[in-house]
Ligand binder design. Structure first.
Ligand code: AMP
Ligand code: ZN
Length: 466
């Protein structure tokens, strides 16, 4: 079996993943609005990585958290005069719907932060007992980075640099910290800010900080050491740096063996932002007539360590690439000849090997897609020479579906053409035979009005969705 090699943000090197049973933690959505396509770039990549691991014979236990309490969810709920859960629920539902449309495999577990408050409190208590955490004068509990000497090891930043960054970012309600980079573990309750949203704890009413949420859920569900932890590059600092500090101070063990981070998606060369009018959710793109398949294809087609420039041209190119695959599979499905066995087996075997090598090399997606299209090109040459038999054609289709367990870009199930269209097609063929071109054209226009096109091939006509 082939082992995958992945770039590790911590060591800044590509490393082999030797363990065959992987615990996999990915930072999930904060459900205060619908996820944007940048978020989905990260989630689709995380899905690709998981599918590639499975394809290469690993087993994967995947946990993705749902952040259903933080500054943004509380602010949203209060401004809408809603209970927290009432406010977050539609966005959670939306996230699962969108993930399904993008064919993201479900995780084994989707822990919600509000269900793990006790675990968070227990960790914070230990950190207080160990004097790694302290209570600020505002009553909030902070993590003291001075107590964790290797702080900065993931982001490769020096504490000095971190302090400067942190001072600029320091929220007004965190002025009670001893060091600018100390971060909040438990935010004490402020009735003006938090309304009725708080939990009781041994250190007073309040709510957890965002970072402790992931540590508590990862440790509880995956154990002290997680094999692979993923997120977007913006998560490296401070979120993942803080997850390491809290978790390792708590357990005394390595928190994560392998850190994988996805570069950001930008739109038409610019950072996505509401003010620039280039901010898209999945729903926005579906409304513009693009499909989940097309969007998924575009999102996964660029290597995860390169930034992805999202453009509508790119979406059209994704559409064309998928059309090429669909046409190819349709052609294979129509083969019914019985010529003798040819070169198909050898081509498929090489594709299988090359595909595995491409994926195992730090998810080299360009190479993987090249294997796919080169295979199509070679098989098309055989098709044109009419040297593929029915059994080979079936094997080709089966093989493409096997590869699709990783890419998930093929049509999910064969679309059935409505009866009235098939009926119109056969009437139109008959009209043409009888040289009644007026009727034939009328029938073709009728078919087109229903969103289908006729393709005339040497073997007869066939119908395609437009
Ligand atoms: P958030 O809901 O902001 O915590 O983000 C959820 C996930 O999306 C995190 O893993 C982020 O790192 C990632 N993310 C945020 N913005 C982008 C972007 N523009 N491109 C790719 N990933 C992103
Ligand atoms: Zn996280």
């Amino acid at each position: 079996m082939m082992n995958i090699v992945l770039y590790n943000t911590m060591s800044r090197k590509k490393e082999e993943i030797a363990s065959r049973s992987i615990s996999y933690y990915t930072c999930g959505p904060t459900i205060y609005n619908f996820a944007h396509i940048g978020n989905f770039r990260t989630y689709v990549f995380e899905d690709l990585l998981k599918r590639a691991l499975l394809f290469l014979g690993y087993s994967v236990n995947h946990v993705m958290n749902i952040t259903d309490v933080d500054d943004k969810t509380i602010k949203g709920a209060i401004s809408q005069k809603m209970f927290l859960k009432e406010y977050t629920e539609p966005f959670k539902k939306g996230f699962f719907e969108d993930s399904k449309i993008l064919r993201i495999l479900p995780a084994n577990d989707y822990p919600e932060a509000t269900q793990y408050i006790d675990e968070m409190i227990a960790i914070i208590q230990v950190l207080l007992d160990k004097k790694i955490a302290y209570k600020g004068s505002d009553g909030s509990i902070y993590f003291s980075i001075a107590q964790f000497p290797s702080y900065g090891k993931l982001s490769h930043l020096k504490i000095q640099e971190l302090s400067q960054g942190a001072s600029q970012r320091m929220a007004l309600d965190e002025y009670d910290k001893e060091h600018a980079s100390d971060f909040v573990l438990w935010k004490s309750y402020d009735p003006k800010r938090d309304g009725t949203i708080f939990w009781n704890s041994p250190f007073g009413p309040g709510r957890p900080g965002w970072h402790i949420e992931c540590s508590a859920m990862a440790l509880k569900l995956l154990g002290d050491t997680v094999d692979i932890h993923c997120g977007g590059v913006d998560n490296i600092f401070p979120h993942h740096e803080n997850e390491i500090a809290q978790s390792e101070s708590y357990t005394g063990k390595t928190f994560v063996r392998h850190w994988v981070h996805v570069q950001h998606l930008i739109v038409e060369g610019k950072k996505m932002s509401k003010s620039l009018g280039n901010f898209y959710t999945l729903r926005d793109l579906l409304q513009k007539g693009y499909s989940g398949r097309e969007i998924r294809y575009l999102l996964l087609s660029v290597h995860y360590r390169m930034s992805l420039n999202f453009t509508f041209e790119g979406l059209k190119a994704a559409r064309a690439a998928l059309q090429r695959i669909d046409d190819f599979l349709q052609r294979m499905a129509e083969i019914d000849t019985s010529v003798s066995e040819g070169k198909v087996s050898a081509i498929l075997q090489k594709m299988d090997q090359d595909m595995k090598e491409a994926l195992a090399d730090d998810l080299n997606i360009s190479a993987a897609l090249a294997v796919l299209f080169e295979g199509i090109r070679q098989i098309n040459v055989l098709y044109d020479a009419q040297s593929i038999n029915l059994q080979e054609a079936e094997r080709i289709i089966e093989f493409f579906h096997k590869i699709d367990n990783v890419l998930a870009i093929l049509p999910e199930k064969k679309e059935t053409v409505p009866e009235e269209i098939l009926d119109a097609l056969s009437k139109r063929d008959k009209a043409r035979e009888e040289k009644n071109f007026l009727l034939a054209d009328e029938l073709r226009d009728f078919i087109a009005s229903k969103g289908y096109v006729i393709e005339d091939t040497p073997k007869g006509s066939r119908i395609k969705k437009n």
